[in-house]
Design a protein around this ligand. Structure first.
Ligand SMILES: [Fe+2]
Length: 305
């Protein structure tokens, strides 16, 4: 595993808010990862998100997969297979990976979640949206993807937009605005990074599986999940993850789960701050669209009362 162009990756994030896919795992490593993940998918039963008890959301559960609202199947993959945990620890201890993560989340960053996502033509699109602006993600492709695949799609340079769009554009299918967007396509074993402040969505298409790790700055240290005592391979988590992966999860300090929404960290970690003329026009357009949609929704709710 090796990222050759860390400086390119950093400048792509600064410029666009995301990177194109970059070579990372060699053939043996990517086959190892996809084989392990396929085995987990085959073994797991699939539970509808409607049947997942709300109070269980803070407890880390890795013995089933969840079909979410978008008909995507998500699976927690830590603590399932010992070799896989060792492999993820290797990925998150990789010097180049940590350099990129540190650059955009600061020293002492933590792992908010690591999961496998499967989508296909039967899934629903995930409309344009922004997540917590302080979050930063890494995704590893588990199969080759092209323009017909289900993929995450980004609006270029939207991480620089001053207006917080949040979920206001969520009704819009990311297949629109092709001219200003980028689909995260690439080959199995490649990796891409993105800031969750970049407007993004997921387009549906042929089946694709991706591993997504979402990281947060250390200020979010109390935003954590409760881990059970033992992994599915019957090892104490404290022993199995006495490493960087364990540090990222802060699992051995099982304090009460608190959800802290969008901590305001004030300072931006992006080097580029000015929009090009084309991006400025796009920003104004999206701002007007967002305001219009929010107003329509407000009037609709008011009339419904
Ligand atoms: Fe998102």
């Amino acid at each position: 595993m090796k990222l050759i162009s860390v400086s390119n990756i950093i400048s792509e994030v600064n410029r666009y808010g995301f990177t194109k896919s970059h070579l990372f795992l060699d053939e043996k490593e990517s086959n190892f990862l996809s084989d392990k993940c396929n085995t987990i998918s085959r073994k797991n039963k699939i539970v509808s998100y409607l049947d997942v008890k709300p109070d269980s959301q803070s407890v880390y559960e890795n013995n089933y997969s969840v079909k979410n609202f978008f008909q995507a199947i998500t699976t927690n993959i830590i603590g399932v297979d010992e070799e896989l945990d060792i492999f993820f620890n290797k990925i998150f201890s990789n010097k180049e990976v940590t350099t990129v993560l540190k650059k955009f989340t600061g020293e002492g960053y933590i792992l908010n979640n690591l999961s496998m996502r499967y989508m296909n033509r039967n899934s629903k699109f995930v409309g344009w949206h922004q997540d917590d602006p302080n979050a930063f993600s890494l995704a590893i492709l588990l199969n080759n993807t092209d323009h017909n695949s289900a993929t995450t799609t980004f609006i270029k340079s939207s991480h620089m937009f001053k207006h917080k769009f949040g979920k206001s554009l969520e009704k819009i299918n990311p297949k629109y605005f092709k001219e200003i967007s980028h689909r995260a396509i690439g080959r199995k074993g490649e990796v891409y990074f993105f800031s969750n402040s970049t407007i993004h969505g997921v387009q549906v298409g042929s089946a694709s599986t991706v591993i997504i790790g979402c990281f947060l700055p250390k200020e979010y240290i109390d935003k954590k999940q409760i881990f059970p005592k033992l992994t599915l391979y019957n090892k104490d988590y404290n022993i199995a993850l006495d490493n960087e992966l364990g540090r990222l999860l802060n699992f051995n300090d099982n304090k009460t789960y608190q959800y802290r929404q969008e901590t305001d960290l004030k300072k931006s970690r992006f080097a580029q701050k000015n929009l090009s003329f084309k991006n400025l026009i796009m920003y104004i357009f999206l701002f007007l669209l967002s305001t219009t949609l929010t107003t329509i929704e407000f009037i609709y709710r008011l009339r419904k009362k």
